[in-house]
Design a binder for this molecule. Structure first.
Ligand SMILES: [Zn+2]
Length: 207
């Protein structure tokens, strides 16, 4: 017969390793994840027991307001550049939106890839996009799993159809961003990140 037991915890300060040591059955990964969440005010784990060994069933963590200040000051992440995307990110640093074009079939694409997604040719080139596009779809983010973005909520993540054809995902930013509608005309802008890196984002154009 299965047994249930509830473990609850209200830490006085930041969650410490010793607080979690008494819970070997939640596993190392979960212990590490919990330690990374700053400002846990209340943690409860529902365990289910079978043959005497307990397994976590449900885990609930309440984040306190106390920790919020630290999170608001977190810097937004910088792009991770690889060989396929280097020209894209280098272009962004110069306020240019770069996309890939296949020299074999003419197809333009985004994200940057090593092979043409249409004909598999390796004969590709970089071209600069006009940066203008139309909102194909969008969503309003009201909760974010990444603490660095917490100060931004609510914010818009949209699929943008570029004039040249490719569809890309980006934030719509700017004063009227929350008024975004499907079909809106948008134009690329470049958001500063650390060390001179920039991220292509979009602003609504007045009709
Ligand atoms: Zn092609």
């Amino acid at each position: 017969m299965k047994q249930l037991s509830l473990w609850s915890f209200t830490p006085a300060g930041p969650l410490a390793a010793k607080d979690l040591k008494s819970l070997p059955s939640i596993g190392r990964t979960t212990q590490r994840d919990l330690r990374l969440i700053k400002g846990i005010r209340e943690l409860s784990i529902l365990f289910v027991s079978d043959n005497g060994s307990f397994m976590p069933l449900k885990l609930k963590a309440k984040i306190g307001e106390a920790g919020k200040g630290d999170k608001l000051n977190q810097k937004l992440p910088s792009p991770i550049v690889n060989a396929d995307s280097k020209v894209y990110w280098d272009g962004a640093r110069e306020d240019r939106l770069m996309i890939r074009r296949c020299k074999n079939c003419g197809e333009k694409h985004f994200l940057p890839r090593h092979l043409c997604p249409s004909c598999w040719s390796e004969d590709l080139e970089w071209i600069q996009s006009s940066g203008r596009g139309i909102v194909h779809s969008y969503t309003v983010i009201r909760r974010t799993p990444m603490e660095a973005f917490r100060s931004r909520i609510p914010y818009i993540v949209a699929l943008i159809d570029l004039e040249e054809g490719p569809r890309m995902m980006a934030n719509v930013i700017g004063e009227t961003a929350l008024e975004t509608k499907i079909g809106d005309l948008v134009e690329v802008c470049f958001e500063d990140r650390q060390d001179g890196a920039k991220v292509p984002q979009f602003r609504r154009l007045k009709a």
